[in-house]
Write a protein that binds this ligand. Structure first.
Ligand code: NA7
Length: 494
């Protein structure tokens, strides 16, 4: 048995988004010494950076909270980005995390001192400090990917990525171009179609759409939730959410099984029954399997895309000109505003920060082939470095908050080895990680994500960068680290 609390550790948390706030709350509850480094002036991560019209989370609102902090105030079954940002701001206030956050402080370097078992952290604003433990909670989709289209910079009107929304850009009564039909592009169509004069949606690939129930919560509902949070738990843990998560992971890992067939059938019927115009129908018909790309969860896309203001352009873009977009067949779309819903560089994680671990191994070198982490959390050569929502974690349409909480339980048990004084460095053994990755990659290739489409789920070699087993297998893996897979290094002599 190890004795707890013998060693006082110093923790650096990188990022004040959902996962960083979680780590801060957990460490504060234990009375630990931690600092959160946040590159921006506000908390919120994704929910701070994305403000585009129509932004909602595709996880039901009551399932998209910390398990220990249910929220009675959601206005509907799916929450808007603004509501979610407010939720996190309230949580930060309630738990008193604000004073521990260093804002406008981007972490640019992390260097592991092999002799002293400490990380030296450097920020862009010139700080250099030493920490025992680093929690990398720096997010996944935070580096916009701009399309490589000739002439993009020549467009005369506002042209901007969805995560850099320009509030001054003409939308109301304007001719708007929207490039990209991922979750973001689809949500924008549903929000601005009735405001614009014309919306040209440049769609390189059509999407499968899973219909989901949308309903509002009344003030009486919210009052009932305030009085009795058990009502919220009943929604959160009901079959409606957690059952769906299980069915989904069962489906995507058994792609010829009945659950996958059921998802495909629901999407197919929704598509067939919703789109009235035969020409539009052919434009919107995907030629790959449902859920291969991240499945769109929407209650209104098919209806809204049929609004007369919307034109779905499926031709190839030749170039962007000062006044609009030229297609390869010569068609020209004159536009006032151009929105780039072209996604994110999903392989960055904590980078561009330069991270150097043991034996001088850099993160860039370790991830040269693909970003990986042991069970999506730890990395060989990088002791006392723990990732929340790191590479190859679950990417289905379920709550990343739930995933981060489970990952935290795993991380916390590894940190216990450091707290107890039993170890001063802990990292997975390279051979254990290599064996894990081999299993993961073999399984990932067989998931629906690897069934023949492009998406941000795929790494540079086309392998799905995701957890390839069931949700329950993930929960079980996170419940207890396999310590035999870890190199646990005894404290260096003082
Ligand atoms: P996604 O899902 O990566 O979607 C990007 C979209 O942009 C997708 O439709 C792409 O088409 C399209 N795209 C990208 N580059 C181009 C160019 N050059 N020309 C035309 N079209 C292009 O990003 P989102 O922001 O929508 O969503 C990201 C995640 O955020 C989402 O899954 C949720 O988890 C939240 P393609 O499909 O590659 O043919």
């Amino acid at each position: 048995m190890t004795m707890q609390g013998q060693r006082k550790l110093k923790y650096a948390i990188v990022g004040a988004g959902m996962a960083g706030i979680l780590a801060a709350i957990k460490l504060k509850e234990r009375g630990e010494d931690f600092t959160v480094f946040e590159k921006a002036a506000k908390i919120g991560g994704t929910w701070r950076e994305n403000r585009y019209p129509g932004l909602t989370c595709d996880v039901p609102s009551h399932a998209y909270t910390y398990s220990f902090e249910p929220y009675a105030e959601w206005r509907a079954s799916y929450a808007t980005g603004g509501e979610i940002q407010t939720y996190f701001e309230k949580v930060v206030d309630k738990y008193g995390i604000g004073p521990s956050i260093r804002f406008n402080s981007e972490v640019v370097g992390l260097d592991w001192d092999e002799a002293r078992h400490l990380w030296t952290l450097a920020t862009a604003d010139g700080l250099r400090e030493e920490y025992d433990v680093v929690i990398a909670a720096s997010g996944v989709l935070h580096h916009p990917r701009l399309p490589e289209i000739e002439g993009l910079e020549t467009f005369e009107g506002p042209a901007f990525h969805t995560a850099r929304w320009d509030d001054t850009a003409p939308i109301e009564g304007a001719r708007v171009g929207l490039i990209g039909s991922g979750s973001t592009g689809i949500q924008i169509v549903t929000a601005i179609n009735k405001q614009v004069e014309r919306l040209v949606h440049f769609q390189r690939s059509p999407q499968w759409v899973m219909p989901v129930p949308y309903f509002t919560y009344s003030e009486e509902d919210r009052e009932a939730f305030r009085r009795d949070p058990a009502l919220i738990d009943a929604i959160r843990f009901a079959d409606e959410y957690i059952g769906n998560v299980r069915r989904f992971t069962d489906a995507i890992t058994d792609i010829d099984g009945p659950k996958m067939r059921e998802i495909e059938e629901v999407c197919r019927v929704h598509f067939e029954q919703s789109i009235r115009d035969p020409e539009l129908k052919e434009k919107l018909r995907p030629n790959y399997r449902a859920a291969c790309k991240r499945l769109i969860y929407s209650w209104c896309y098919y209806e809204e895309v049929q609004h007369p203001s919307v034109f779905v352009e499926t031709g190839r873009i030749a170039r962007i000109e000062p006044k609009g977009v030229r297609m390869t067949d010569g068609t020209f779309h004159e536009l006032d505003t151009l929105i780039l819903a072209t996604g994110f560089q999903a392989d960055r994680f904590i980078r561009p920060a330069g991270v150097t671990g043991g034996d001088g191994v850099t993160l860039d070198a370790f991830w040269e082939r693909r970003p990986t982490a042991h069970y999506a959390v730890t990395l060989p050569h990088f002791p006392n470095f723990f990732m929340l929502n790191g590479p190859t974690g679950p990417v289905g349409n379920f709550s990343l908050i739930d995933i981060a909480e489970r990952q935290w339980d795993y991380v916390d048990q590894l940190i216990d080895l450091l707290r107890s004084g039993e170890a001063s460095a802990v990292a997975p053994k390279p051979e254990a990680h290599a064996a894990y990755e081999e299993r993961r990659i073999a399984a990932a290739k067989k998931t629906i994500f690897g069934s023949g489409c492009t998406s941000w789920y795929l790494d540079a070699e086309g392998v799905p960068a995701s957890w390839p087993w069931s949700y329950d297998a993930f929960a079980e893996a996170m419940a207890k680290p396999r310590l035999e897979e870890y190199a646990v290094i005894a404290p260096v002599a003082a």
